[in-house]
Design a protein around this ligand. Structure first.
Ligand code: SF4
Length: 175
């Protein structure tokens, strides 16, 4: 069971904000798209397995079609050559969409301070939550996932049409 949003209740009725109801539904039914390129992907496999069980959060429906998913989980080293592919996957996801950078490599390039590795995926797509670690343990991935759930639950349904959000997208060259 999930907690009900704030609101007013009386005998036979409950009222709340539409934004809160939408947020409640969205945050408890996220469909992750795992974009795993290296070792952090193994930690994600453990996160999906029975011991840690991401399904407890309503997210057992992992998808590999960007058009059906709303949470891009980037796990692993992203080479500069891979950057345009990752960006294309992000662009193919419908709004609203969220992004987690899992581990040091996705967040900052990690130990690979080299000419060929992207020094953080936020150079090409906006990131909502960063999970530290090399690799992060499954608990840390779950913690990052719960942080995204918080953001999703609190997000106004108007945010994606706001000037600030358009400016953020324009900053990445996304219309
Ligand atoms: S952060 Fe560490 S464990 Fe994760 S992909 Fe990079 S090198 Fe591998």
């Amino acid at each position: 069971m999930v907690d009900a949003p704030e609101g007013y209740s009386g005998e036979g009725f409950f009222t709340t904000k539409l934004s809160d109801v939408v947020g409640l539904a969205r945050k408890n039914s996220m469909w992750p798209l795992p974009f795993a390129t290296s070792c952090c992907g193994i930690e994600f496999m453990a996160t999906m397995a029975s011991h840690y069980d991401l399904a407890r959060f309503g997210s057992e429906r992992v998808g590999f079609s960007p058009r059906q998913c709303d949470l891009l989980m980037v796990m692993g080293t992203i080479a500069k050559k891979m950057g345009p592919v990752l960006r294309q996957v992000y662009l193919q996801m419908a709004e609203p969409r969220w992004v987690i950078a899992v581990g040091a490599c996705a967040s900052s390039g990690g130990i690979f301070d080299s000419y060929s590795v992207l020094q953080g995926i936020d150079q090409i797509i906006p990131v909502d939550v960063y999970v530290p670690g090399c690799p992060p343990r499954p608990e840390a991935i779950l913690d990052g996932f719960m942080k995204v759930q918080e953001l999703v639950g609190q997000e106004s349904i108007r945010r994606r049409n706001s000037e600030q959000y358009k400016a953020l997208m324009n900053g990445y060259g996304i219309e």
